[in-house]
Design a binder for this molecule. Structure first.
Ligand code: DC
Length: 220
């Protein structure tokens, strides 16, 4: 029997191609795309804007408890996308600045923040079948899903991809913080299909993902 709604969980390291491939898969299946990293970035941006010290877990947890947010689903480039609005605003550009990138791993390590994010991310199911990308979707947010994937590539390849996007970021440091935090660290979920796409194009990666997803669909 087909379980509704379906959640495709795509986790993995930074710059491992999660966003590109999650979008391709969501488009191919007609599912809603959810970028959970954007939600953590939005909280980091909000803290910076409100002068909340992102190194102080208590203050960050307070900010997270108080901020006024809404989930919405919008159509963007032929894809249905979930957005987390703060006071009715989606800070699309602001969450991609180097300042926000530097702050986000601190915010994402706060246990109360992860609790809030898990609940909010699970609420996305209201929009239908999902392709959700992040670090802990298969291990923590939707551990019950049968569709778990873990993308990775060599550090050199991932750094080159970020550099090609004009972003100079210490990926090794961010990976280490994401993997070593106490709550919901980045790790391979039980039953996840691991794909190292260092030598693969996104076309090849998304094709492999889709094949695996179709194989896992229950027989009608
Ligand atoms: O995927 P990204 O670079 O936009 O993620 C931003 C940060 O948020 C990154 O440091 C990892 C963290 N993150 C997380 O801890 N859990 C998620 N589900 C998604 C992102």
């Amino acid at each position: 029997m087909k379980k509704y709604p379906i959640v495709i969980a795509i986790d993995g390291t930074s710059a491992s191609g999660k966003s590109t491939n999650a979008k391709l898969v969501a488009k191919a299946l007609g599912y809603v795309y959810v970028d959970t990293g954007a939600m953590y970035r939005t909280l980091a941006w909000h803290c910076l804007k409100k002068n909340v010290d992102v190194h102080d877990a208590k203050l960050v947890a307070n900010a997270c408890r108080r901020w006024k947010t809404d989930l919405c689903c919008v159509e963007k480039d032929g894809l249905r996308v979930v957005q987390l609005l703060v006071d009715g605003y989606f800070p699309e550009k602001e969450i991609r600045t180097p300042e926000t990138a530097a702050a986000v791993a601190h915010v994402a390590a706060v246990p109360k923040v992860r609790e809030w994010m898990k609940k909010t991310q699970r609420d996305c199911i209201q929009f239908g079948d999902l392709v959700m990308e992040g670090r802990d979707i298969g291990t923590n947010v939707f551990p019950e899903t049968d569709y778990k994937f873990y993308l990775d590539a060599t550090l050199a390849e991932r750094s080159a991809r970020r550099a090609a996007d004009g972003v100079n970021e210490n990926l090794a440091a961010r990976d280490q913080r994401d993997s070593q935090r106490a709550v919901a660290p980045l790790m391979i979920a039980l039953g996840a299909k691991v794909i190292n796409n260092s030598a693969m194009t996104s076309e090849q990666t998304s094709k492999l993902l889709l094949e695996e997803i179709y194989n896992r669909f229950p027989a009608k």
